[in-house]
Design a binder for this molecule. Structure first.
Ligand code: HEM
Length: 490
């Protein structure tokens, strides 16, 4: 009762019936929500057609609610479109916080925790060699190469599946791309009227104006194909002696129970495996690696400094390995600064099952409690002069900033990303291999206009830099030859 009498957090004045629908930003959403703090403070309330949003624009509020009060704030917001109509509720990312989710996360942790992720280094090097070779052959297609490479790694990890052909040629990689598109559209907050009026879901698909139902049917088919087909392929791979997350987890559960997987367990593991490939490694790796390329093209002094460090510590005639990582402090700082400057998951939605109170304000149960990670990364109290791309800020030669942007970039509390170790080793390998072999320069936008800053990224829930072109040129003859050789062995 105490909570019910507290006022809601401040926010833009709503209109009758539609609430804040007209003030809810549609473009550059994270930045626009962050700018509301000037008028309303760090914790903001808005509602759109009855859906309640609490926007958290500072680290203190994000950590207090999503981390320290994690027992209350680990739900996902209920979205009729994303969860019911396209039945993504089976998917780990959209799962409610219950015993099943804990089980999914336990299985994932077993496979990708800090220690186990070392088992994948060889696989990651091999993929990186292929990626560097593809950059040598057709550097302008760098995004397609990044996408293929990320898909290849996660398909191998999750299912033991080897990607076939070049960019755009593998059916599973194409499916993942379609899935990323579908998921982004389905989960945009407040986009679908059906979220406000759940009874609309019962309107037949042929009914005029019921386009959302047809769209949901299409999305459901994509998601089913996506979860099922590669999972079936993992069983074939296992028969040929190729192990994977899916096959090793099957063995693990069967050894524990002393019997084959039941149908329900098989279905369950299908969705855990799908989370590695869908939520996990694919779209995120493309986003973070392309953010890195764009930033290196924009800030050549930082690129040069990173290349010098690699040449001094690793040398000019081999590629870095994970054991080199502790000896490359500038690279580590660079990776942190990429995560800070272009956060690829700028808005992270959680929800709460109970009414709560924070700073004297009421947090109604069921609200979308959105961590604005973009705002945290641009907070001058944490990162002085946040608009400056400055990896040195984390080092003794800079201002020894002790904040690590990765504490925010991978989410919060009990829903924090389970794939962080695999993600960071992939990123390290990409950064060091790329900078040893290539230099990137001349960033221009789609219309050929010179870029001088990264500009806002896309508004999808995994946010990518907007399309850009750049020049990627080899800089080291010996390593170029090495890449060609390694490619021919793989
Ligand atoms: C640069 C790469 C990555 C970034 C920035 C990233 C970031 C995130 C974020 C922000 C979340 C939401 C956390 C929250 O709700 O508080 C998340 C969830 C998740 N991530 Fe990652 N991730 C990355 C790579 C990966 C990889 C490689 C895997 C798998 C091997 C993975 C698997 C997952 C899964 C399964 C979830 C859902 C967890 C849940 O809802 O409980 N991610 N990630």
């Amino acid at each position: 009762f105490k909570h019910r009498s507290a006022p809601l957090p401040p926010g833009p004045r709503p209109l009758p019936f539609v609430g804040n629908a007209l003030q809810m930003p549609r473009h550059n959403i994270a930045q626009s929500l962050a700018s509301l703090s000037e008028e309303y403070g760090d914790v903001i309330y808005m509602h759109v057609f009855g859906i309640k949003f609490i926007i958290l624009n500072c680290a203190e509020a994000v950590l207090e609610l999503l981390d320290h009060r994690g027992a209350l704030y680990s739900e996902r917001p209920h979205s009729v479109m994303a969860m019911d109509m396209i039945e993504k509720k089976h998917a780990v990312l959209f799962h409610q916080y219950d015993e099943n989710l804990k089980k999914h996360r336990r299985l994932l942790r077993n496979a990708v925790d800090a220690k186990r992720s070392e088992d994948y280094w060889q696989m990651q090097y091999a993929e990186s060699h292929k990626l560097m070779a593809a950059f040598l052959t057709s550097p302008d297609d760098f995004i397609a190469h990044l996408r293929r490479s990320a898909g290849a790694f996660t398909l191998r990890l999750a299912y033991g599946y080897e990607v076939q052909g070049g960019p755009g040629e593998d059916a599973f990689v194409n499916l993942a791309e379609e899935l990323a598109r579908v998921t982004g559209v389905a989960s945009e907050p407040g986009r679908w009227l059906v979220d406000a009026f759940p009874w609309l879901r019962h309107v037949p698909a042929w009914f005029p104006g019921a386009g959302f139902r047809r769209w949901a049917d299409h999305a459901r088919r994509i998601i089913d194909d996506f979860a099922t087909q590669p999972y079936l392929s993992s069983k074939e791979a296992a028969l040929q002696g190729i192990s994977s997350f899916a096959s090793e987890t099957t063995e693990f559960v069967e050894a524990e129970t002393g019997r084959p997987l039941t149908r329900d367990e098989d279905e369950f593991l299908k969705w855990t495996s799908a989370s590695i490939y869908s939520v996990g490694g694919t779209d995120t790796a493309v986003a973070v690696n392309s953010a890195f390329l764009l930033l290196m093209a924009l800030y050549p002094a930082a690129q040069r400094k990173a290349q010098d460090e690699i040449e001094t510590i690793v040398g000019k005639d081999r590629l870095a390995v994970m054991e080199d990582r502790p000896r490359l402090p500038y690279i580590e700082a660079l990776m942190k600064e990429v995560h800070r400057f272009i956060p690829i998951t700028p808005l992270v939605p959680h929800s709460t099952r109970v009414d709560d109170e924070y700073r004297g304000y009421r947090i109604p149960k069921g609200s979308w409690v959105i961590a604005n990670t973009w705002a945290v990364m641009r907070d001058p109290r944490l990162f002085p002069e946040p608009e400056v791309f400055w990896p040195e800020r984390y080092l003794a030669e800079g201002n020894r900033c002790t904040e690590d942007p990765r504490d925010y970039a991978f989410g919060y509390g009990r829903r924090r990303c389970p794939g962080v170790h695999v993600a960071e080793s992939s990123f390290f390998i990409f950064v060091t291999h790329f900078l040893a072999v290539f230099t990137v320069s001349n960033p221009v936008d789609e219309r050929g206009q010179k870029l001088t800053s990264p500009g806002p990224s896309t508004d999808a829930h995994i946010s990518h830099p907007r399309p850009f072109r750049c020049t990627i040129k080899p800089r080291n003859q010996a390593l170029t030859e090495l890449i060609v050789q390694l490619k021919s062995f793989s």
